[in-house]
Every structure is written in C-alpha cells, then in structure tokens.
Design a protein around this ligand. Structure first.
Ligand code: ASP
Ligand code: MG
Length: 406
C-alpha cells in the first residue's frame, strides 16, 4: 500500500464539475489500494477576486487581515471537495492549514513553513478517510493565519508529502508535464519524462512557470520525489527527482522564455569604489528582484552597470536609482530599455558538454536575431532578445538542440 499526496491547482477545481472529477480521481486512487492525501488550491480566480475585494475597501489592506481573507478561498474548495467525495459514498475529511498541523513563521502573505505535525491527518488516514488539506496556508505560533505566497499550494503539497513520508507527490495541473519549451510557442515541443531538481528550479526561475520555485527548493531539500501531471487525463507526467548520471547525456533539456523584461543601465559612474554595493542596496531596499547583472569599466575610466528585471519593477527601479545618481559621480546617468524578453537553455549535461553556448548563439545569429545581455549558471545560459524576436528565437534554439526528437 502506497501513500500518495495529490495536489490539484485552481483550474483543476475551478467548477463543481471539475471538483467532482477530482473527487472521482481521489476515490480511484484509494480504490487502487493507496492511502490518499489531497492538497487543494482555491477555485481558479477566487484568490484574485478576494484580493480585488480587499482593495475595494482600502489601498493597502493590513497583511494580517489579507491572510485571514485569502485563506478562505482554499477553505471553500476543501469543503466542497469533501462533500463531493461523501456524495459518492466514500469517507473524506477536510483540514485547514492549522488543522493539518502546518506551523508557519515569517511575515504575513509570505509565510514560511516551520514544522508540520501530521498526526491528525495520519489518524484520519488510519480511519480510511481521504484527507483533503487546504493549500497555501498555515498557522503561526501566536495562532494567526499565514498564507505562503502566490502559488503556495505547491509548497503545501510538497511539505505535506515530506511530513507524511509519502511515496510520491503528484502535482496535478492543466498541462501534461514540463515541456522542452512552451508548446504554444514551439509546436513540436515534447514532454520531458524526468528532470532533476536543479533543472526544474532553473526552468521555473527562467520563465517555465509550471510550479512555484520555492516548492521545488523544498522538495530538493527534503528529497521529495514529485510528478507534474494533468488532472484531465491519466498520461504519465514529468518526474522530478535527484540528479543521476543518465541525465547528463543531453546537453540541453529545455528552452524557457520569459517576456516582459526591462533593462536599466547606470553609466558615467566615477565614484565611489563601492558603487556596486550602493546600487544593489538601493534596488534591494525598493524590493526589486533583479535578474542579470553586467558591469564594465569603459576606456574613459567611467564605469557602467546594467541590470534586467521584470517590466513591472522598472518604475520603482528608476525612482530608487535616480535618488542615488548624485552619489555615483557628476556625470552619472540612467538609461532604460523595455520591450525585452529572455531566452534560457537549461540542462545538467551542460557541465560535461562543450560548445553549448556556441550552438545557442550560432542558431540565433543564423536567424538574424540580435542578443543583448548574457548570463550563465553551471546548468543554464540566458540571453535577452527583443520581445518581438522571442518566439522565433525559441524555435531556432529548440531545433538546434534537436529537442523535438526523443
Ligand atoms: N490560491 C493561491 C493562489 O492563487 C495558492 C495556489 O493556488 O497555489 O496563489
Ligand atoms: Mg499554481
């Protein structure tokens, strides 16, 4: 008998019909001889709707109250799902984050999971129940409700799987798994059968938003094997696990794209020596998540530094850096460029294969696509291109690595 944690996202429980579909799937899993724990998101659109309501009341709703409000989204879906299971003649029990023993710390709307005491859930499993837990929420030591950041149900599911020592954690969503590239952009993209945690993390952080990045980090830390699957069929999905040597045979496993990128350049920097730290601090204080960084000293002795970030942060970044300019030298200037996109190739095989970057930039050059800033990690190469070129860039790079072939 296996213990399986199944997570269903908002679109999988978006209507009463879909809730019934999930109920049936959970029952089938139990009937196949497994112990079943479900972790569920709010019905699709509900979390956004609740945020909208809060902002109709006031501009900056207190985050404590926002958490109380947002947690109700998942509370609805777990209750409805348990009713659907009960209606089909099977035993189900719902658990809010607190009831499931999920203890959190940190700040409201960005809570972090501290510990999970899954004793109640285990007891209900022993009684033959399908356990249905609310994703995205937990309770702090002082009893106040925390939510775990957008997309946080993924984290709840992985953490529950670790706590109950599940044999596998299945993450059900509206796609069949992780693809070699977004199939809407590259028609012959294929589903990737197995990925390492690192590859999944790099793909998540470079635009392939199948899962919340933090949840993948958590899975890696606690060695939780998980599988991304489609809740509307029974196709095998993408299994994400510890790296093994067979994963290195391919230099590149996938191509990710991220749109809505912007670049900021500070040029004419003459002072002081620690300017990089000043700039990065100013951006960090403004809570801007920067991505690529390129720094160079020009021949006239003036330094320049460029960063990329999401378009939405451009205004904030400009404001933060404008204030800083006088400290960076008399001639310090700010330039910005929007309308960029980022293309990344990811694969653990890059460590042991040479010529990967040459292939990427060769394919782009041949297609006449200009590249901008470049950044690399051990298993990722990223470059910015004009937003209008990103789809063609993805197609030519995908083809250059023969990712359309098994
Ligand atoms: N309902 C939450 C959200 O929309 C959490 C989740 O779906 O994972 O972000
Ligand atoms: Mg999600």
């Amino acid at each position: 008998m296996a213990l399986i944690v199944q997570k269903y996202g908002g679109s999988s429980v978006g209507t009463i019909d879909r809730i019934r579909n999930v109920a049936r799937r959970l029952i089938d899993t139990q009937k196949a001889g497994n112990r079943v724990v479900a972790v569920i998101s709010a019905m699709s659109g509900i979390t956004d709707k609740l945020i909208g309501l809060a902002h109709q009341v006031m501009d900056n709703p207190p985050e404590r109250e926002l958490d109380v409000l947002l947690a109700t989204g998942e509370q609805q879906s777990i209750a409805l799902l348990c009713m659907a299971i009960t209606d089909m003649g099977f035993k189900a029990r719902s658990f809010t984050g607190g009831q499931a023993g999920i203890c959190t710390y940190g700040s409201h709307t960005r809570g972090r999971i501290d510990t999970i005491d899954a004793a109640q859930v285990i007891r209900a499993l022993d009684e033959g129940c399908i356990c249905v837990c609310a994703g995205f929420q937990g309770v702090a030591q002082d009893g106040s409700i925390h939510t775990l950041g957008r997309g946080g149900s993924d984290l709840s599911a992985i953490a529950m799987a670790a706590a109950v020592k599940a044999d596998i954690c299945q993450i059900y969503t509206d796609v069949d798994g992780v693809y070699t590239c977004d199939p809407r952009v590259v028609k012959d993209a294929r589903k990737i059968p197995v990925l390492s945690y690192e590859e999944m993390l790099e793909m998540a952080s470079s635009g392939s938003k199948v899962m919340q990045g933090r949840s993948v980090e958590f899975a890696k830390k606690f060695s939780v094997v998980f599988e991304v699957r489609n809740s509307m069929n029974n196709n095998p999905g993408t299994i994400v696990q510890e790296e093994n040597s067979s994963m290195e045979s391919l230099a590149v496993r996938g191509v990710s794209i991220e749109r809505n990128q912007a670049r900021v350049t500070v040029s004419g920097i003459t002072a002081p020596v620690a300017y990089t730290s000043l700039i990065l601090n100013a951006l960090a204080e403004a809570e801007i998540n920067i991505d690529m960084i390129v720094a160079n000293t020009a021949h006239d002795g003036m330094a320049r530094q460029s960063f990329t970030m999401n378009m939405n942060d451009l205004g904030k970044a400009q404001a933060a850096l404008k204030k800083l300019l006088p400290k960076l030298g008399k001639g310090a200037r700010l330039e910005t460029e929007s309308g960029l996109a980022k293309l990344s190739v990811v694969g653990v095989g890059m460590r042991s294969n040479v010529g990967v970057a040459a292939t990427v930039f060769g394919a782009l050059a041949e297609a006449g696509i200009a590249t901008g800033m470049i950044a690399t990690s051990e298993i990722r190469i990223s470059t910015t291109v004009d937003a209008g070129d990103i789809e063609q860039a993805a197609r030519v790079v995908h083809a250059a690595f023969h990712l359309d072939r098994a």
